[in-house]
Design a protein around this ligand. Structure first.
Ligand code: NAD
Length: 468
């Protein structure tokens, strides 16, 4: 079977789900298509001459404004890839009930080829090009980090926008994923990986779902292989290991992998990678130079967290993991998805599982618009109420409340507590909604189709209410 492109695959998933719905004629085609594509080429002068850079911002659906979606820096990116990612953003936001339309951006660049000063010049110029055409704006189009970008790039973009719009009091809401001291929110950098953990936790709360994947019990002790120890993969692996007792038996990077059947110390491996640029030489596991075949190693859960198109029709027949948890966008091709399903594998789809980033971006945007840290008004009041409860319990019982329990009762929620609570609630509710559709509708064969169906239904309702 020939492999469909990323965009063709996303559109085919869409078609399959749309067929199960009863949309007014023509509306489905409107929802599927990208609304607009902005492509820009701009020069930057260096000592040895000018270099011309190519970037995109694609708006998929404006059923809510602003539209939302990351900006990716990658040497291989093209327009089709950005269109596919923008479409996934619309569906993702709908699934987790975040009131944003979908968009995505990219710059064709290898960030490793440039020093920090050059990256800042390039990023600021790209931000200006986008803002000049309304493709960055707190009310219309709000980028965030993705592959190859992070807090640093978001801080430059926000600052550039603020300089262009000095009288806009909401200027800092023009991008999310900023550093906390520049309008960011606590918990954003970990959010996508945290969401992967919370999504897996919710999956494991349903024994029938776990059984369908050929597994049993909880996340504790489960053998996990993760591909990509970047922003998403690192947080997911770290939290699953430290908080759920899962065993991270393999970490696969583009330049080699680390294997250890007893579990890898993720924190230590990350530190080694940061210092040496590779896992080679790290003592907490066996180093294997060729990482790609290790996707096929024996494990309970495979978490592709690097990039799209990693599990294809070529390697899908050899995948042994019972559960594939898509932390990256589009890591399983359309053809591979079919093969995995035929082989009885369960896939928790990207449009649900990696939505944690956009959920917390939504919280950051709200924080920027309200100009106040979440929890700032209520935290000490909650603590005072907790104190009264402890005092009341002690005076009524004549006994003292154990110190650890008293501490928990007194605790007032911090910004990070609130962000994590909001994310947890969202990931639980969204999984339950998708699952319900999957279990109750005979024409829905898997969680991915259920996710698409849920998203298309919500977006179509908005379109009908607004008038297309
Ligand atoms: P990142 O650039 O921080 O990390 C990607 C990691 O994958 C890097 O460590 C890189 O070396 C590694 N990698 C790249 N190619 C590889 C290969 N062929 N084999 C093994 N490892 C490889 O990017 P990220 O932000 O963590 O994003 C990863 C994926 O998650 C992407 O698909 C992205 O679209 C998706 N995603 C990211 C976010 C977010 O908030 N950052 C949100 C939702 C989805």
């Amino acid at each position: 079977m020939s492999e469909l492109s990323f965009l063709e695959g996303v559109n085919r998933y869409y078609d399959q789900a749309e067929k199960t719905l009863d949309l007014p004629p023509g509306l489905g085609a409107k929802i599927k298509a990208c609304n607009s594509v902005f492509m820009v080429r701009f020069p930057i002068g260096f000592r040895d001459g000018f270099k011309v850079f190519t970037g995109w911002r694609v708006v998929h659906s404006e059923h809510y404004l602003p539209v939302k979606g990351g900006i990716r820096y990658s040497p291989e990116v093209d327009q089709e890839e950005v269109e596919a990612l923008a479409a996934l953003m619309s569906y993702k936001c709908a699934i987790v009930d975040v009131p944003f339309g979908g968009a995505k951006g990219a710059l064709r660049i290898n960030p490793n080829d440039f020093d920090e000063i050059s990256m800042e010049r390039i990023t600021r110029r790209f931000a200006r090009e986008l803002a000049n055409k309304g493709y960055i704006s707190p009310s219309l189009n709000v980028p965030a980090p993705d592959m190859g970008t992070g807090e640093r790039e978001m801080a430059w973009m926000a600052d550039e926008y603020r300089r262009m719009e000095p009288t806009d009091i909401n200027a800092m809401a023009c991008v999310t994923g900023k550093p906390v001291n520049q309008g960011g929110i606590r918990g954003r950098s970990e959010a996508t990986g945290r969401g992967v953990q919370l999504g897996l936790r919710e999956f494991f709360r349903h024994p029938e779902d776990v059984k369908r994947a050929g597994l049993a019990g909880s996340l504790a002790g489960k053998a996990i292989i993760i591909q990509g120890l970047g922003k998403v993969g690192y947080s997911a692996a770290k939290f699953l290991r430290e908080e759920d007792d899962a065993r991270i038996v393999g970490i696969l990077e583009y330049n080699g992998a680390l294997l250890n059947p007893d579990g890898i110390n993720v924190e230590a491996a990350k530190q080694w990678q940061n210092e040496h640029g590779t896992f080679d030489g790290f003592e907490g596991g066996t180093f294997v130079a060729d990482s790609k075949p290790l996707l096929e190693e024996e494990c309970d859960i495979l978490i592709p967290a690097a990039m799209e198109g990693q599990i294809t029709t070529e390697n899908a027949p050899r995948i042994k993991a019972s559960l594939v948890a898509e932390a990256a966008n589009g890591p399983v091709t359309f053809g591979a998805h079919k093969i995995l399903r035929e082989n009885g594998k369960v896939i928790i789809p990207d449009i649900y599982l990696n939505a944690g980033g956009v959920v917390v971006s939504y919280f950051e945007w709200i924080k920027n618009l309200s100009h106040i840290r979440l929890g700032r008004l209520g935290r000490r009041a909650d603590e005072a109420r907790g104190d009264h409860i402890v005092t009341a319990l002690e005076s009524m019982s004549g006994k003292s409340v154990p110190a650890a329990l008293a501490e928990r009762i007194r605790h007032g929620a911090s910004e990070l507590d609130l962000v994590r609570s909001g994310l947890d609630d969202t990931m639980r509710e969204a999984y339950q909604e998708i699952r319900e559709v999957f279990l109750t509708r005979k024409d829905i064969p898997d969680l991915r189709t259920a996710g698409f169906a849920v998203a298309i239904e919500k977006i179509s309702r908005m379109n009908i209410v607004m008038g297309v």
